[in-house]
Design a binder for this molecule. Structure first.
Ligand code: SF4
Ligand code: SF4
Length: 502
């Protein structure tokens, strides 16, 4: 199959050998599990349990609120001890509402929904619903509710389901191991997803530095003519949805459009496996494989982890730290985020935990830009990082926005190649956060302005109606006192919506 080049990109040290040969091992049940209500993009789930409740594995403990949301489930059987605030797996370490579950050690499943006898003759809507109710989100790290993406076939004409097995971030091998150890489950999940989407073709793209995964997946897919497994060049950030689609189709996804607009829907390989579990066994997403690696970890591993285990539990299972880590990162070293606390829990989007030494991070002092242009050459989005950074340094966010800073997807390639060690991606993350806040503020102001205008119109109409009603009345006799009301109406009381926005 012909592949197309992608723009820019880099070849960092991959260091996957630390875990790529290690088979997946299960984490022993910890003493407590911390299950946040928000583990996905969209509205947080609404809690259904309280302290003291007994729950079984797979029981829904928080329901989704709205279309872009996702429910949460008990990840083992036991007792709810609290619904409280716990540090999020995020650099801020800000607390978020979390259900605390004390395992009873039985790991007993709840009564689960009936498996689909034949998913390929089932209505697509029934599959979407099962995936939504199973709390499945994108497991490549984005954590977007999968059912929303599976529903795109009802809105757009789709040609290809592209399963992303690129795993281009250094160190991470969780998808590699899942493909090597559970190929048939992924293939079955992919076929079910293709049925739900209505796509006639499935392509599974794997970076060529995973030859065993390519071989095993090719063998598992060989019985299905509609599925092709292809090796894609090793080039960071090949695993980004847009770049993978470009490599496969030669087509570039325009800014602020979806790959689905080009007829391609991308899901992660581990998400396909989760769909297989939900549809074939009625099991919700309660566990995932996490790569724990980095040279500060004594025994790097790929660990099957119940959602909600503390990161400290995983580190301990790996024999603790061999040396003091300079940084502990949630995700890969390029796009991952430093963790504020090891007490934060593993969530559905946690693909890796890296404990990195000073040598691996290679922190060096920042110097001035020498205008070498390397950051421009490698930017996979065709942006000009040095110019955007210059604007941001002068607090000119509008200038950075005009240069397309909102199209930056924080791949970190520019920071990686900069000989002056300028933390360019940090600049862009800061600017994107500020611009989003500004946009939200403007949207809110517009909404308040619209509501005020609607209210003025409503009052004017009420006054008009009153005047018309008065004019229609017969004139009062001369001896009668003049009406106390001159025709002006008092301002109508605000509607509940207006009150909320005041
Ligand atoms: S790579 Fe660094 S030094 Fe070179 S132009 Fe970009 S910001 Fe400047
Ligand atoms: S972080 Fe943004 S600006 Fe830098 S290379 Fe990646 S996409 Fe381009």
């Amino acid at each position: 199959m012909k592949l197309y080049p992608i723009r820019g990109g880099i070849h960092p040290e991959y260091r996957k050998e630390l875990t790529s040969k290690k088979t997946i091992v299960a984490l022993p049940l910890p003493l407590a599990l911390y299950i946040p209500l928000q583990q996905h993009i969209g509205a947080p789930a609404e809690v259904l349990v309280k302290a003291g409740d007994l729950v079984k594995k797979g029981q829904m403990i928080a329901r989704s609120q709205g279309v872009v949301s996702s429910p949460q489930h008990a990840t083992t059987s036991g007792r709810i001890t609290a619904v409280t605030q716990v540090a999020a797996p995020h650099p801020s370490g800000l607390p978020q509402t979390t259900v605390v579950l004390e395992p009873d050690g039985k790991d007993e499943w709840a009564d689960l929904p009936e498996p689909f006898a034949d998913p390929f003759s089932a209505d697509a809507h029934a599959i979407h619903e099962r995936v939504a109710q199973s709390g499945i989100v994108g497991m490549g790290g984005a954590a977007f509710p999968s059912a929303v993406k599976l529903n795109l076939g009802t809105q757009k004409k789709l040609e290809i389901l592209l399963l992303n097995g690129a795993e281009c971030e250094p160190y991470l091998t969780c998808d590699d191991r899942v493909m090597r150890e559970y190929p048939n489950e992924i293939i079955d999940g992919a076929r079910i997803m293709a049925h739900a989407l209505g796509t006639p073709r499935v392509i599974i793209a794997i970076e060529q530095n995973k030859p065993q995964a390519i071989e095993i997946m090719t063998k598992a897919a060989s019985a299905f003519a509609e599925i092709k497994v292809i090796g894609v060049p090793v080039q960071y950030p090949m695993g980004s949805e847009r770049h993978l689609v470009q490599a496969i189709t030669g087509r570039e996804t325009p800014a602020r459009k979806l790959t689905a607009d080009l007829g391609v829907v991308v899901h992660n390989v581990s998400t396909a496996r989760a769909v297989h579990h939900a549809v074939r066994f009625g099991r919700p997403l309660v566990a995932r494989v996490v790569t724990v690696s980095g040279r500060a970890i004594r025994e790097p591993k790929n660990i099957l982890t119940p959602i909600g285990a503390r990161i400290a539990d995983l580190v301990e299972f790996c024999g603790g730290f061999a040396q003091r880590p300079e940084s502990v990162v949630n995700g890969g070293p390029m796009m991952g985020q430093p963790l504020a606390s090891l007490d934060a829990p593993v969530v559905k989007g946690t693909s890796g935990i890296l404990a990195l030494t000073a040598e691996e991070i290679n922190n060096r002092p920042t110097n001035s830009c020498i205008r070498c242009g390397s950051c421009v050459t490698i930017c996979p989005c065709g942006l000009s990082p040095l110019d955007m950074a210059a604007y941001i340094r002068k607090d000119n966010l509008e200038g950075a926005a005009k240069l397309g800073v909102m199209d930056c997807f924080s791949c970190g390639s520019c920071s990686y190649v900069c000989p002056s060690h300028i933390p360019l991606v940090h600049y862009f993350n800061y600017a994107k956060g500020m611009l989003k806040d500004l946009e939200n503020e403007l949207r809110k102001n517009d909404r308040v302005k619209n509501l005020a205008e609607v209210r003025v119109i409503r009052i004017e109409k009420a006054n008009e109606a009153k005047k018309t009603a008065l004019a229609a009345r017969k004139p009062a006799p001369a001896t009668t006192a003049p009406p106390s009301n001159t025709g002006e109406t008092k301002a109508a009381p605000p509607t509940p919506e207006e009150k909320a926005d005041a």
